[in-house]
Design a protein around this ligand. Structure first.
Ligand code: GLA
Length: 687
């Protein structure tokens, strides 16, 4: 594990501003002026070359570096730091035409042809061969270039395409299963193939999902498929990283950008493949009408959700692409222009959530191609605009916020997530939507209640110290559990922790099959209950509630009717055939306690539970603010920084309880303070 590599420490000592730049999109005569202006705006890092394979290898085996050499000479002249990319997200046309086996395919085996991006398959031996060569050539040529401070591997891996069904993927999947299960008997057992006569009698019959009559597939195989895709990405990145690390200095970092499905990002860090993660932050997806995941309450503030995920992957992290204009492809996505102040809010908002690097996408809007509507800081015309004016303000603000560089985000609540349950939930309708609704409810309640939170990735190896720092944990629906994970949770609780579970906990094994233990399975001892009956709560019925001391808490989606063993009953269902039966319990366990809420969590449920548990936001000793305001906290050695961000489009009043230095304006503030629409403040509080 490359815990605190030199690269990370170096990167963490300052908050830096960057921009994504595409020298290949512009006339060379513009480079110099572009870099000069970037410098004026305080941009000290640029990311280049992630889609530029042809500029290095315009035909098979013929390598040229002069284009980027010329560009890097200009970068050196302007003292610009560079993040170089491996260009593997976009295979060249000469390759995909001559070697179609490098292409990814759909379930029916049709190849995805040239014309977009991310259409290669990482299991193709041919694609691996070309990848190795191009990465090695780039590493060899650029490793000693002093402008290059780090490398981005590929670009947004698994974006646009998160499943792979080419011939080489089927073969690699078979090999993966052979290694994992050794014999067909064991595979058949783990995949439950005796059901519907799916039994495999020869390894050649084993494949990734194929077209079926209903569109469904064996659920246990589908879960393995996700794990396999994650393994594929991990080994593809390992292949690139191993080559790069033999050439680059230890002070040069490796990262990748974005968060996408079917990848265990935590392993990329833990196994030392990457030094840290960067996230691509496009809050305007919140305003896109067709987007099914937009949060109608939190809107752009929902960027917190993914940035919090990034922080759980590596505590030092950055934003590789920060939205700086309207978004849209020519055939997809229509996003508005950020309103005056929003770009600043989002950039400083990322810092408020712990980022120490914010790089804007992109310097100038492209005049051709699919992304003509994806706006950069500059418009097509390259003339001054309000977004550049805002960039100048952000630059000044970040100078003031340097005090917070390297300080750590601090969270009051931990929300446990794990890849087994989120991947199984993508396949299983009985717990996937339940989990997504509950996480949304928990996040909303914490956000609006000004309670800071972290996501924690639970594995069999999670250390007690990683959990102990949180006074309270939510593990909304711990469907798949292992003995090792339960032991970690029991240790946390016995040591004084408070943990809250929701319905559908503990009934599955890691292969996605159900356990024969009475529910909640391995959690029975910790929670002191058994589930005596359970039912999906049909959405066409009025939402049922659980009555807790006269307070009615919404009981979302799925109900577990509880029979306490050692637990005490805190609440009962208020209707249907289980009216009056226990739905909410607490079990005292060592010095702590485990709560079982026999339903999903709506925002009001979580707010109610927090009140029952007398959990008050840490921020409230320093200031009081309304719902539209976000409050986050970063902690240094002797001080903490309270970021206050107005996500609302109206002026707000906040009440500062002490007399603190607001570091952006360098003024001391106490009592009632006004915050303009999209305004940001940062108070320094000495301890
Ligand atoms: C992603 C990609 C970029 C660009 C932007 C805007 O984040 O990494 O290449 O496509 O989205 O679409």
């Amino acid at each position: 594990m490359r815990e605190q590599s030199e690269a990370k420490r170096k990167a963490g000592s300052k908050i830096t501003m960057g921009v994504c730049y595409y020298p290949e999109h512009w006339d060379e005569s513009m480079w110099e002026d572009d870099l000069r202006r970037m410098k004026e705006y305080g941009i000290s890092v640029i990311r280049i070359a992630e889609f530029a394979w042809n500029k290095f290898e315009s035909e098979e085996g013929s390598y040229t570096f002069d284009f980027f050499d010329r560009f890097l000479a200009v970068a050196a002249k302007w003292n610009m730091n560079v993040i170089m990319c491996t260009p593997t997200a976009t295979p060249p046309a000469w390759m995909t035409t001559k070697y179609p086996e490098v292409l990814n395919a759909d379930k029916e085996g049709h190849l995805y042809r040239h014309g977009m991006r991310r259409h290669a398959n990482m299991n193709s031996k041919m694609y691996q061969h070309f990848t190795k060569i191009i990465v090695e050539k780039l590493a060899e040529h650029y490793a000693d270039n002093p402008s290059i401070i780090g490398w981005q591997l590929d670009n947004e891996i698994n974006c646009e395409m998160e499943v792979y069904y080419s011939e080489s993927d089927h073969l690699a999947f078979r090999a993966y299963l052979k290694e994992k299960y050794q014999t067909l008997d064991k595979l058949n057992q783990a995949m439950g193939t005796v059901f519907w006569n799916q039994t495999y009698t020869d390894w050649d019959q084993v494949a990734l999902a194929q077209k079926t009559n209903t569109g469904g597939t064996n659920p246990h195989m589908a879960l393995e498929e996700k794990r396999f895709i994650s393994e594929t990405v991990i080994s593809y990145f390992r292949l690139q990283a191993d080559i790069l690390r033999t050439y680059i200095k230890d002070s040069v970092f490796l990262t990748t950008n974005g968060l996408f499905n079917n990848i265990d990002y935590h392993r990329l860090i833990q196994e030392g493949i990457l030094d840290f993660i960067t996230y691509d932050n496009y809050p305007d997806f919140a305003y896109e009408v067709e987007n099914p995941y937009r949060d109608k309450v939190l809107k752009d503030r929902n960027m917190t959700f993914n940035i919090t995920r990034a922080r759980s992957i590596s505590s030092y992290f950055g934003i590789m692409e920060q939205q700086s204009g309207a978004g849209g492809w020519n055939f997809r996505m229509q996003q508005p222009m950020p309103k005056p102040g929003q770009m600043r809010l989002w950039a400083l908002g990322a810092i408020a959530l712990g980022a120490d690097f914010v790089s804007f996408f992109r310097w100038r809007t492209c005049t051709f191609g699919t992304e003509i509507y994806w706006h950069g800081l500059n418009d097509y015309s390259n003339t001054p605009n309000r977004r550049l004016e805002e960039l100048a303000t952000i630059h000044e603000d970040i100078k003031m916020l340097q005090l917070t560089a390297g300080t750590k985000y601090i969270a009051q609540v931990g929300i446990i997530t794990d890849y087994d349950n989120s991947w199984d939930g993508d396949i299983d309708l009985w717990h996937g939507p339940l989990r997504r609704n509950s996480v949304e409810g928990i996040v909303r309640a914490l956000e609006l209640g000004h309670i800071t939170y972290d996501f924690i990735n639970l594995t069999d190896e999670t250390l007690h110290s990683e959990l102990k720092k949180y006074p309270i944990l939510f593990y909304p629906h711990a469907t798949i559990l292992t003995e090792a994970r339960v032991k970690i949770l029991e240790e946390y609780t016995a040591d004084g922790g408070i943990i809250v579970f929701g319905s559908r906990s503990g009934y599955k094994l890691t292969n996605g099959q159900c356990t024969t233990l009475q529910m909640p399975g391995l959690l029975r001892n910790l929670c002191g209950v058994v589930v005596s009956d359970y039912t999906f709560a049909s959405p066409d019925r009025e939402m049922m509630q659980i009555d807790v001391n006269g307070r009615k808490l919404p009981a979302l989606c799925f109900h577990d009717i509880l029979r306490p063993e050692t637990a005490a009953v805190l609440g009962t269902f208020d209707s249907d055939y289980y009216k009056g039966l226990p739905g909410f319990t607490v079990n005292y366990f060592g010095k702590g306690c485990a709560y079982y809420y026999g339903a999903g969590f709506a925002e009001e449920t979580v707010a109610g539970i927090l009140e029952e548990l007398s959990i008050r936001p840490w921020a409230e000793s320093y200031l009081v603010a309304g719902n539209d305001i976000q409050i986050t906290m970063r902690k240094g050695d002797k001080e903490r920084y309270l970021f206050v961000l107005n996500y609302g489009d109206k002026e707000q009043t906040i009440e500062v309880k002490g007399n603190y230095l607001e570091i952006i304006s360098q003024k001391r503030e106490a009592g009632e303070q006004k915050m303009e629409a999209y305004g940001v403040k940062c108070y320094q509080i000495m301890e």
